[in-house]
Design a protein around this ligand. Structure first.
Ligand code: C2O
Length: 533
């Protein structure tokens, strides 16, 4: 393994999209930002220099950060932001990980424009567990706002406002073709008979997406940098923060074929109906216009999401065994969703917020990890509830228990303990699917279902043999998902809905994993350039 150095200059840059030009925050002037390449077990050293007015942090989404929480990146959780004119060097090892991940800004809504792919190749000489594709292509899905993203945040924080929607989806930074301002969409050039590993990243802020290519099937081989048993599908379902590796075989007649991404939203919550398109173009084609998709899933195509998620199984092979914890030390139930919070200065005395177990998480003004490491008291409390208040009916219309309280609370886990979290979507205000992300760990998705989780009967249906391993999972609308992981990484680890609007509203919490006793079981000392608040 080697050490790879990158330099991220965070700079403003003018970009033209949707017939208009605006200045956005970028890394090295690019949108999407540069791809970071490495191999399994390599060390990455990334110097981030902030040349803009805004605060900056970078999160390496899905990188385990074993003992290096200082490099994880969420602002006020593991570090103070890098202020204007300052720099910070992230330094971490990609221990035992290979596949596609993403990096993104993790302060306010910076990730709207500050994001890019991470490609971790297997160790030299180690093959993929599937036939080697002829070529690889990175496909980063995003969103574009015509207005300033800060204005979008402010609007989302106002009482009773529906989440803002973007003005377009993008494929590698490009909205679909807009003939009236002569912009072209994304094009992937292919050669007949060749195979392509598409490394697909959803770097969008607020939309789970469908991805589809006209006339072609895709073979899914990996999600969130974990191999899966290959299966064929014509539609990929991918939430913000998730990554999917799919093999495309150029086995159709020479021509052009439409690629489309469209949003999934199975409720009446305001959503972006924009479909972004691109094109697959065979070498030597003379086709003028692309073959259209016969169907694009409608925005409420829940069955398509279910069948995609149910097809995902970890390899569980000799080389890549599935190590799902069978005995559980901490059995937790988290209700997630939107709630009501008393607010003295608001109209009607309350406002719409989001919460886990009725706690609306408030970011501190000192990073939690610093407070933990240096023993600074008064920054957080260790009483995050492992269960919601009772009585509770998560999927009905509960008459009580809709009020949340503000808090900066963590849930404490002993080093190497095993954890099961039933993540139950509540339906207090607007039932919605929540792509939930855990920092610092991969987890196994052992079960999911609709309605209220039943602790007596549902565990009998858990998949403890080959559950998919990932870092972000969609919790279905009016339903639940169960994850398991081993708390083998000391530090403070953020868990939140990866729809940025819900994170902003408070759908977040943190785990505190204590140091173990062995020499390699404690968090490493912080780097000397760690930013101060
Ligand atoms: Cu990709 Cu805490 O986020």
């Amino acid at each position: 393994s080697v050490t790879r150095h990158y330099k991220f200059n965070v700079v403003q840059r003018k970009k033209t999209r949707l017939c208009a030009t605006k200045s956005i925050v970028t890394v090295n002037g690019k949108f999407p930002g540069p791809t970071v390449y490495a191999r399994e077990d390599d060390r990455l050293v990334v110097k981030v220099v902030n040349h803009v007015q805004e605060n900056v942090t970078i999160h390496w989404h899905g990188v385990r950060q074993l003992r290096t929480g200082w490099s994880d990146g969420p602002a006020y959780i593991t570090q103070c932001p890098i202020q204007s004119g300052q720099s910070y060097t992230y330094n971490f090892t990609l221990t035992g990980q290979r596949g596609t991940l993403l990096w993104h800004g993790h302060v306010n809504w910076l990730r709207a424009t500050v994001h890019g792919a991470i490609v971790i190749l297997p160790k030299r000489g180690v093959p993929y567990p599937f036939p080697k594709p002829d070529k690889e292509e990175i496909i980063v899905l995003g969103e574009w706002w015509k207005s300033d993203v800060e204005a979008v945040i402010n609007q989302s924080l106002q009482v009773g406002r529906a989440p803002n929607v973007s003005d377009a989806h993008t494929i590698n930074g490009l909205p679909g073709p807009a003939p009236n301002c002569s912009s072209n969409g994304y094009t992937l050039h292919v050669e007949s008979g060749k195979t392509y590993l598409l490394r697909i990243v959803n770097a969008g802020l607020n939309e789970e997406l469908f991805f589809k290519i006209a006339g072609h099937q895709l073979t899914i081989v990996e999600v969130d940098a974990s191999y899966v048993k290959p299966f064929k599908t014509d539609t990929i379902f991918i939430g913000p923060g998730q990554t999917t590796n799919a093999i495309l075989t150029a086995d159709q007649d020479a021509g052009k074929y439409l690629i489309a991404i469209s949003p999934f939203m199975d409720t009446t919550v305001a959503t972006d109906n924009q479909t972004a398109t691109g094109v697959i173009r065979y070498k030597s084609t003379t086709a003028f216009s692309p073959t259209a998709l016969t169907t694009i899933p409608p925005r409420n195509a829940t069955p398509v999401t279910n069948s995609f998620m149910e097809s995902l199984r970890s390899l569980n092979s000799k080389e890549y065994p599935t190590k799902v914890p069978l005995e559980i030390d901490h059995s937790l139930l988290f209700t997630i969703g939107i709630g009501i919070n008393p607010c003295a200065t608001c109209q009607n005395g309350s406002r719409v917020v989001a919460a886990i177990n009725n706690v609306t998480f408030v970011l501190p003004t000192t990073a939690l990890l610093q407070a933990h490491y240096y023993g600074i008291s008064g920054v957080y409390t260790e009483d995050f509830p492992g269960n919601p208040p009772t009585p509770y009916n998560y999927t009905g219309t509960p008459p009580t228990n809709i009020q949340t309280t503000n808090g900066t609370k963590v849930y404490k886990l002993a080093f190497n303990s095993t954890v099961q979290v039933v993540i139950q979507g509540n339906s207090i205000v607007a039932p919605e699917s929540h792509p939930t992300h855990l920092h610092g760990f991969n987890f196994f998705v052992v079960g999911k279902g609709l309605g209220n989780f039943n602790p007596n009967t549902d565990p009998k249906k858990f998949n403890l043999v080959d559950p998919v391993e990932r870092n972000t999972i969609s919790v279905p609308t009016g339903g639940w998902t169960v994850i398991r992981f081993r708390a083998d990484n000391p530090g403070i680890w953020f868990m939140h809905c990866h729809l940025e609007v819900h994170t902003t509203w408070g759908l977040k919490m943190a785990f505190l994993v204590e140091n173990g006793n062995g020499p390699n079981e404690s968090i490493l000392p912080p780097p000397t350039d760690l930013p101060k608040c």
